[in-house]
Write a protein that binds this ligand. Structure first.
Ligand code: VGL
Ligand code: ZN
Length: 238
């Protein structure tokens, strides 16, 4: 085992030899490499101002994400994509109101206003996103009786979206998560990414939260416990 001084000395030698670290932290900044992928979560009209499940300041993430995306060769986006009458909609449960919870077969479910219904304008990705190189759009939440905050695994805890296999096949091991909403789809995606063994960063200023019943603070605590790294967009080397 090399001690801390030897590791620092070793890093110095690499710098003198002009060998940049392949990936990791350089000069206090995170450097991106061929195994890095930006995962842009649910930047859809329903979650933007004026949308049916508008996230406060949700539109503020768009310029940050557009800027970040310029540094990534690999970008994957997600799209919440529900059926009409979806189980996660309060309107599907007589007597229930949005933001109340119910117990479903797979566990506790927050009930939402109708949102991101397949093929509607509300479900469309923001027209202000400018990420032409995005290579894959993963749709999720399309099974009528199961929600899916996570881009990896549906809320039943077992149905996969295929994203983990895709990323592994493409050798994309370092995941940088941005988008909406911090405390639901971003957090669940980041925690599942850790479960699947990926190095996982959440870019805080490229996300906004819903924050219902303490959900935002809980999400950050859960993510920290899962080994998700909380960073700012400025921490990434330009
Ligand atoms: C989301 C609530 C319901 C999200 C999706 O994108 O965070 N939140 N559906
Ligand atoms: Zn949804």
């Amino acid at each position: 085992m090399r001690d801390r001084r030897q590791i620092i000395a070793g890093m110095g030698a690499a710098a003198v030899a002009g060998i940049a670290p392949r990936a990791g932290y350089a000069a206090g900044k995170i450097t991106l490499d061929d195994s890095s992928v930006l995962l842009v979560i649910d930047v859809q009209n329903c979650f933007l101002p004026g949308g049916s499940l508008a996230v406060k300041d949700g539109d503020k993430v768009v310029p940050v994400i557009n800027r970040l995306a310029k540094g990534f060769t690999n970008v994957v986006m997600t799209q919440d994509w529900h059926t009409t009458g979806h189980v996660s909609f309060a309107s599907s449960h007589p007597g229930k109101k949005p933001f109340e919870t119910i117990d479903l077969k797979y566990g506790k479910q927050v009930l939402w206003p109708d949102h991101c219904v397949q093929g509607t304008d509300g479900a469309s990705l923001s027209k202000d996103l400018s990420i032409p190189q995005a290579e894959l759009i993963i749709r999720k939440g399309f099974h009528k009786d199961v929600d899916s905050y996570s881009a990896f695994t549906e809320a039943d805890g077992k149905t996969t979206t295929g994203l983990s296999s895709y990323l592994k096949a493409r050798k994309l091991h370092r995941i940088f998560v941005a988008g909406l909403a911090t405390d639901f789809c971003v957090a669940w995606t980041a925690m599942d990414a850790r479960k699947a063994g990926f190095e996982t960063y959440v870019i805080e200023d490229a996300c906004r939260g819903i924050d219902t019943q303490g959900s935002l603070a809980k999400a950050w605590a859960d993510m920290a416990k899962a080994g998700v790294k909380r960073i700012q967009s400025g921490d990434i080397a330009a």
